[in-house]
Unconditional design. Structure first.
Length: 315
């Protein structure tokens, strides 16, 4: 085993349980990955994977041992990479940032523009992903997360609490006779919700408990799309206040944010990258910029429904 690429291939196939997905992750075509894996098994004189129906690859005992060894080698290589990057004092190079689609759409981009103006030598790569990416594996250098980090090897700070509220188009509220009087009245409204099975989001779980299923007339796994649906008059959408209050096409349907829903916004990075100049600069410019918008994130920047609704109807 003198070729690291062979070990990477075995590890990728084991993680994906698919040769096609592994090839895509390694940026090689399927036929190349197939030939390399077949040649490796021939050279070793043993099967590393059982080929099951549906294109599933299941590691044999030998394949699993090789994948575990490859993962340990990968961990060491990543630790070395982080250690070297952590001593990089240049305000230049690549900085990979991950954020939710909602934050990127609503607030983040203007702060990225300020960061680019302050540090034009840094190339920002933004991954809009609602998953929690693995910072230890350098899937991102900096993460803006809606939850408190639990990993012991991360450092960062909380930028704000995140409030949620119900929003609708002014025309929809006019059709219904005005703002929603209370949460108890939700069942009588047309609701916009998440796709079935979206149970890892606190707001989705809360809304599913609070409203009858037949009240939902539209579903989407994208909060940005839910905002657009509310703006179009489809119904009420439960949105983060920083998203709803900053959009001129919708107004609050209820005067106050939902007291049962309060999230957080964190900026985090791996502890090994504390000394990286571009990471610290990002914390200073973007982190501080988002923190200054705390009132908006915490739902203290929006007008009450009667006022915002009547003002919007004047236009």
């Amino acid at each position: 085993m003198n070729d690291w690429n062979d070990l990477r291939l075995v590890l990728a196939v084991h993680r994906a349980s698919s040769l096609t997905s592994a090839a895509a992750r390694l940026n090689v075509d399927h036929s190349t990955a197939f030939r390399r894996l077949k040649a490796l098994e021939t050279r070793l004189g043993m099967r590393l994977f059982e080929r099951l129906s549906g294109g599933i690859y299941q590691a044999t005992e030998a394949g699993l041992r090789m994948a575990c060894a490859a993962e340990r080698m990968e961990d060491e290589a990543l630790a070395l990479d982080r250690a070297l990057t952590g001593h990089d004092h240049r305000l230049s190079g690549r900085l990979r940032v991950t954020s939710s689609e909602t934050l990127a759409y609503s607030r983040l981009t203007r702060h990225l523009a300020a960061f680019r103006q302050a540090h034009p030598g840094v190339v920002v790569e933004l991954a809009t992903d609602n998953r929690v990416l693995n910072l230890s594996r350098r899937e991102a250098d900096v993460a803006l997360r809606p939850v408190r980090p639990r990993e012991a090897d991360l450092w960062g700070r909380r930028l704000a609490q995140v409030a949620w509220g119900f929003y609708a188009a002014p025309a929809y509220l006019a059709e219904q006779g005005g703002p929603v009087p209370s949460l108890d009245a939700l069942a009588s409204h047309r609701l916009i919700g998440w796709e079935y099975g979206t149970m890892s989001i606190q707001a989705a779980e809360w809304l599913a408990r609070m409203a009858p299923q037949d009240a939902f007339v539209y579903r989407s796994n994208s909060l940005v799309n839910q905002l657009v649906a509310a703006r179009s008059g489809i119904g009420l959408a439960l949105l983060p206040c920083y998203l709803g209050d900053s959009d001129h096409g919708v107004v609050r349907a209820l005067p106050q944010p939902v007291s049962d829903l309060e999230g957080e916004l964190w900026i985090v990075a791996h502890t090994d990258l504390k000394g990286t100049a571009r990471v610290r600069a990002f914390f200073d410019v973007v982190g501080d910029g988002l923190s200054r918008e705390r009132e908006l994130f915490e739902g203290r920047g929006g007008a009450s429904p009667p006022q915002s609704w009547t003002q919007s109807m004047q236009y």
